[in-house]
Design a protein. Sequence first.
Length: 112
Amino acid sequence: MIFRDLLAREALAPPWREILIELRRMEARGEIRGGRFVAGPGGEQYALPEAVDLLRAVRREAAQSLDRLSLESETLDISVADPLNLNGIILPGPRLSALSGGYLRLKDGMAA
């Protein structure tokens, strides 16, 4: 999946407008899908059809989990240099530089 806010971490990325032209072409050819897949970031979002199916499955599973009201929490530590470090991009909070070293602790998907 790609959207404009994800490029904030990429120093050598071309301008979004150039990427957007190609993304729209790919969508017209049926190679990718455009839409709103992630709440929060504004603007256009694009994903492979397989990713869209996976996102829908995760949403259904999350809704079922909320129905069961699991009291267990999940903690995950990731390097701040990891591409999964989306703090300040998708997740609330300050952006963490990949050059700073260290880890980001996520608890139930949110920075802890």
